[in-house]
Design a protein around this ligand. Structure first.
Ligand SMILES: [Zn+2]
Length: 74
C-alpha cells in the first residue's frame, strides 16, 4: 500500500526546468497528461511559479503482480 502511494506521487509531481519548482498536477490537468502508453507526445505547459513555458512528455511503465489469491498480493 505504501509503495502504491509513493508511485502515484512521483508521477503527479513534475519539476519546472526553468525554476526547479515542484509542480503538483491534479484533477483535469492530470487527466490531460495521462494516456495508456504515453501516445500523446509532448504537451506544452506553463509553470505557475515562474510563468515560463516548457513541455511535458509522459512516459508510461506498467507492471502486473500475480498471486494465487487476493490475500497473497499484499
Ligand atoms: Zn518555473
Amino acid at each position: 500500500m505504501k509503495e502504491t502511494s509513493k508511485n502515484f506521487n512521483s508521477y503527479d509531481e513534475i519539476e519546472c526546468p526553468h525554476c526547479n519548482e515542484e509542480l503538483g498536477i491534479e484533477g483535469d490537468d492530470l487527466a490531460d497528461l495521462i494516456t495508456y502508453w504515453g501516445e500523446n507526445g509532448s504537451i506544452e505547459w506553463k509553470c505557475n511559479g515562474c510563468d515560463e513555458e516548457f513541455v511535458i512528455k509522459e512516459e508510461v511503465s506498467r507492471s502486473w503482480k500475480v498471486a494465487k489469491t487476493d490475500e497473497d498480493l499484499d
